[in-house]
Design a protein around this ligand. Sequence first.
Ligand SMILES: C[S@@+](CC[C@H](N)C(=O)[O-])C[C@H]1O[C@@H](n2cnc3c(N)ncnc32)[C@H](O)[C@@H]1O
Length: 213
Amino acid sequence: MKMEKDEPAMAPVEFWEDRYEAASAETSGRPTTVLEKFVKDRPVGHALELGCGKGDDAVWLAKQGWFVTALDISQAAIDIARKNAERNNVAEKINFKVCDLTKDFPEGDYDLVTAQFLESPFEFPRERILNHAARHVCAAGMLLITTHGSVPPWSETQWETDFPTPEEALVALNLDLTDWTRIFVENFSRIGQKPGSKPGKLIDTVIALERNR
Ligand SMILES: C[S@@+](CC[C@H](N)C(=O)[O-])C[C@H]1O[C@@H](n2cnc3c(N)ncnc32)[C@H](O)[C@@H]1O
């Protein structure tokens, strides 16, 4: 899924680099709602985060006791995320890495693979990446994917609005579902707020699966 209707006239890495270079290093200090909801009671282990942005999810996971490998295409994002981890005294629990997931994927198996809003305004092989990521979830581990299921009310760009249903999003991952137990494959409503904007209703599309074997 593309976030925006018109593709920016630059390479993806430049787009994300510009975005994070222009961004404030301030972060919300809070994890993604869905991550907190579905992970807070799980046994800790090694988590892999795809598209970590400013690092609030990785920091929250590390504070819960997880060891985290956190990836993003943008060096500027990784720099902000690393400082975030240092401020929160969890830098030694997080391995931040610049990685373009369209070209590369880390070795290893993980107790949690999380992709919170791994989205892009470019043609992006998201399902292929997530299908590959699922193969790196170990037995009894969780695959947790959240995407936008509605346009954020404060968005200033034109979005593609053909949001797939959670079931369609699951089918698109092309997983062998006999290997997985469904924990939550549904839309999730929440109130969100962008700094400087009014709070607004958001719909997330959530896929939470646990690997059987
Ligand atoms: C919409 S942001 C979400 C960031 C963060 N997970 C959050 O929820 O705030 C999408 C993130 O995916 C990253 N990203 C986009 N394309 C990528 C790629 N090909 N490989 C790795 N990360 C990518 C971006 O740099 C950005 O940080």
